[in-house]
Design a protein around this ligand. Sequence first.
Ligand code: SF4
Length: 623
Amino acid sequence: MKIVFISLYNKVAYECRIMSTCLKKEGHEVHIIFIKDSEIYNESSITDETHPLTRMSDEVSEKEIDQMLSLLRHIKPDIVGISVRSPFFEMTKDMVKRIKDCGLDPLIVLGGVHPTCCPEDCIKVADAICIGDGEEAILELAIRMQKKKSLKGIHNIWIREGNKVYKSEIGRLTRLAGLGIPDYARDNKHYISTCPPEDDSTLTYNLMVTRGCVFSCSYCYNSVIRKMLKKPRYEMKPVREVIEELAAAKQRYPNLKMVVFDDDIFPFKKEWVDRFCAQYKEQINLPFFCYMHPSTISEEYVSRLHDAGLYFAKMGIQHGSDRIRKEYYNRNESKERILESARILNKYVYTSYDLITGTPVETESDLMEQLELMLEIPRPFILGVYTMGYCQNYDLTNRFLEEGLIREDQFESSNMHSMKNMFKINYPSERAKKIYELLSLTPDFRVSKQRIREILHDKDKFDKFSIAEIQPKGIFIVEYNKNNSINLQSTNTMMFQIYNYDKREYRNMILTLKIGNSAEWSAEIPCFYGDYSKNVNVVIDCPFAVFTIVSRNGFEVPVKTRQKIDGYAPKTGKHLIRLLLKDDKGNIIGSYKRKAYLRTSKRAKESFANILMQRVRGVLDVC
Ligand code: SF4
C-alpha cells in the first residue's frame, strides 16, 4: 500500500513519523508531505514585512495546494492521512475537497486532536477518521485495504460510506514500548514552503517519551481523552528505547547541541528518572530542555535532571489567580507550591513560564493577584502570555458556552481564532490593560521589581504611568541556538540571550556586529565556569555599539570590546546588520543577517568614540 501523511505547520510531526515507522516495518511505502513551517511568534514584533518566518495564521495558498496535488498525482497513494489540529480544520476541509476533485481517489483519513475531539464534524468531510492513537489502527486499515476486506469495525477508526457512518469505540491504546524510532529518513519526505532539514546543521533534536498526562486541565486535550477513556492516560517509553533513539540522533546529526523533550510533562516517576539520568549522562551527555508541572517539581528531582544535562525548563503556571486556576482551569496546585517550584528551577536552570489569560471570567482582582505572583517569581525568566483558545468539547469551552460567555464563532476550528490572536489580549478595561502592561515588565531585568510594586500600590502613580516611559525601547531578543541562526526583533538596541552549550570545555565566545560594509565591533563573551546553564544577556546599544553583559547570577562580567573602525557611526537609515557568534577557535556557531532601520543621534556622531569608551561595562542583574 502507498500511504501519504500530510502535516500542516508541523515539521516535527512525531505522530506521522512514528506511524510511518510502523507501516514501513510491514512493507508499506510511506511518504510525508510537510506544508509550511511551525514558527510561532509575536507578530507585533515583526516590523519587516519581508520577514522569512511563516505566520501560523497564514492560510495555505493556491500555489501550495497545487504543489501538494501534483505530488499526490505523482505518488498515487491508496491512503492519505491528514493530521488535523483545530485551527486548521477549515483549511483541511478545503484540501480534502481539492484532493477528491483532482481525479485521485485515495481513502482520506483525518486523525489527530481535532478528529478525536470532534469526530461527528470530521467524519462529514472525510472517508474515515482516526480517534485517539493511530499507530495500530492505520496499520490494520492498510492491511485490510490490501486484502480488500471490510474496513468496518477497526478500533479507533470511523468509516463513512455515503451518508452512513460506521463508528468504532476509542479504546486501542498504543504501547510505547517497542514502537521504534520516528522516521527521520530522508527518502519520501516532501517539503512545501518549508526547508528540508540539513543533517549537518541540525543543532536540536525533538522527541517525546510519554503519551498523555496525569492532570486534567479543563482547557486541554488530555481532559477530553480522560473522559473518553474514563481514566487518565499516561505512559512512559522505556528508558533504554529513549537512549537508543537519542544515540541514533547523535549519529545522524553530527553537530547536535541540544535535546528538546516535547512531552506535555517530563516523566517524574523516581525509578524512571533515576535510570534516565544515569544513562543519559553517560551515553548522550547533551544539554536538554523539557516541560514541567509545578506539582511534580522537587529539589531532588530538578538537581538530578540538572546533573544529567537539564539547562532550560518551561513550567506552566497558566494563571496567577487561585480562583481562576482552581474554579475554572481545574488546576489545584497552590500559589506556595508554584513559588517553591519556581525557586527550585531558578537555582538550577534557566526558566520560562506560561500564562493563559483573557477569559471572560477574569476580573481586575484576578489580574492583580497574577501580577503579584509574577513579582514573587525569581528572575531571570522568560514569560509567555497567551490568550485562551476554545476548542470544541473541552470542559472549559462547554462550560463557557452553557453560561453564555462565549459564542461558537469563537471556536478555534471556525476561524483560526487562536492562531491569529494568540498574543492579542482584549483588555476588558483601561485599568486591566495597565495591569497587563506591568505584567509584561516582570521579567525585564532593566525595570526593578520595586518600581513595578510602587506603581501598582500607589493609585496616583498607577493612574499616571505609561509603559512607553518606563520600558526601554528597541530591544532585540536574540537566540542563536534554535535553528542555527540568530533571530532578532526590533531595532537600535539589541538584547541577546546566549546559551553556552559546552559543558566540559571552557570556551569563550566572540560576538561580532557588523553594520554595512565598514563598521564592525566585537565583544568577547566569557564562558562562566564552563557551565552551560549560566547563560548571559548581551545588550548592544546600536549604533553606539556599546556592549553590556548581564549574567543571570549578577556577576560583573568583564567585556573586551574591539572596535575595528575608529569613530565610525553609521548614518540614520536602513543598514545591513550582520551578527556573527563564534567560539574561541573562530568557528561560527550562529549568524544573522537583516536589513534594519537604525537611528543615529547627533550626540552619537559627535562623540561616538568617547561614549563608546565610557559605556563599555559589566552591570549587575536587578533581581
Ligand atoms: S498539565 Fe498540561 S498537558 Fe496536563 S492536562 Fe494540564 S495543560 Fe494538559
